[in-house]
Design a protein around this ligand. Structure first.
Ligand code: GTP
Ligand code: MG
Length: 249
C-alpha cells in the first residue's frame, strides 16, 4: 500500500512538567522556528503539527522544521497545563493520547535549587514515571515503553543548575518520595522477598533498591535522559531537544 492511500495518525510527543517551566514557550519556538512568543499560564492542552526533517544537513535543527522540500516526519506536539489543580488534564493526555512516542518533561533548572520548586517538580515526575512504568509492564494492547526527555530549561539564567545536577537533585528527591510513599509497606516489617506483585507494581524503579536512579527505568525499557537548553536564548538553545524528539518519532 502506498502511504497516500492509508490513513495513519501521526505520532505524538507530549510536553509535561510543572507550571512556569517553559512548555508553551518551547512549543511556540518550535512552531515559529525563530523566537518564542510571550505566554501566560496554560489552562488547556494545545497541540500543533510539526515536521521533523530527515534531511541529513538540517535534521538536527528545529529551525528547519517547516522545510517541506526534503523528506520529513510529521508529528503532533502536545502542550499541557502544568498547574497542580489541572494535573488531571495533563495526566489524561498521557493516558489517552494515541501513539505517544515520547514525553518531554520540562523543568525550570534555574529554580530547581529551591525546595519549593524541586518538591512539586519531582512529585509530578514521580507520577509520570510510575504511570509509564505501569504501561511498560501491562499486559494489554497499550503496553509500550515510552522514552522521557527531561528538558532542563532556562540555562540562560545564572541560577540554573547544570544538567548533571538537575539529574542528581531529581534522583535524590524521587528517592525521598518513593520512601515516603512506600512507608506503610516498609513499616509493616515484611521482607522485600515476601511482598506480592501488587506492592511491587507501586514501587518506582528497581524494587527494594535504596536509591532511585533514572537508569533503573531501563529495567522497563524506559530511557530517561536529561539535556540542558534554553527556550529564550540561542545558546544553548533548543536544538538538542529537537534532535532527541526527531530521533524518536
Ligand atoms: P504553564 O502553562 O503554567 O504550565 O507554564 P509553561 O510551562 O507553559 O511555562 P511558559 O512557557 O508559559 O513559560 C513561563 C515563563 O518562563 C515565561 O515568562 C517564559 O518567557 C519564561 N521562560 C521560558 N523559557 C525560558 C528560558 O529558557 N529562559 C528564561 N529566562 N525564561 C524562560
Ligand atoms: Mg503553558
Amino acid at each position: 500500500l502506498s502511504s497516500s492511500s492509508t490513513y495513519t495518525v501521526p505520532p505524538s510527543v507530549l510536553l509535561l512538567g510543572p507550571d512556569n517551566a517553559g512548555k508553551t514557550a518551547l512549543l511556540t519556538l518550535f512552531e515559529r522556528g525563530t523566537k518564542p512568543s510571550s505566554t501566560h499560564t496554560s489552562q488547556v492542552s494545545h497541540s500543533i503539527e510539526l515536521n521533523a526533517s530527515t534531511d541529513s544537513v538540517t535534521k538536527a535543527s528545529f529551525r528547519n522544521h517547516d522545510d517541506s522540500t526534503g523528506t520529513h516526519t510529521k508529528f503532533f506536539l502536545v502542550d499541557t497545563p502544568g498547574h497542580g489543580k489541572l494535573r488531571n488534564v495533563a495526566m489524561g493526555k498521557l493516558a489517552r493520547t494515541e501513539k505517544t512516542k515520547a514525553v518531554v518533561f520540562v523543568v525550570d533548572a534555574a529554580a530547581l535549587g529551591e525546595q519549593e520548586t524541586i518538591a512539586p517538580t519531582a512529585a509530578y515526575l514521580y507520577d509520570v514515571l510510575l504511570f509509564l512504568q505501569k504501561k511498560a509492564t501491562s499486559k494489554g494492547k497499550d503496553k509500550a515503553s515510552i522514552p522521557v526527555l527531561i528538558a532542563a530549561n532556562k540555562m540562560d539564567l545564572f541560577t540554573a543548575l547544570p544538567a548533571t545536577m538537575v539529574k542528581t537533585h531529581l534522583e535524590v528527591e524521587l528517592t525521598r518520595i518513593r520512601a515516603s510513599r512506600s512507608k506503610g509497606l516498609l513499616d509493616s516489617g515484611v521482607g522485600i522477598d515476601d511482598v506480592g506483585s501488587e506492592e511491587q507494581d507501586g514501587w518506582l524503579g528497581e524494587y527494594g533498591s535504596e536509591k532511585f536512579t533514572f537508569q533503573q527505568m531501563g529495567e522497563f525499557d524506559i530511557d530517561v535522559e536529561v539535556l540542558a537548553g534554553s527556550v529564550l536564548t540561542e545558546e544553548p538553545g533548543a536544538d538538542k531537544w529537537w534532535w532527541w524528539i526527531a530521533q524518536r518519532i
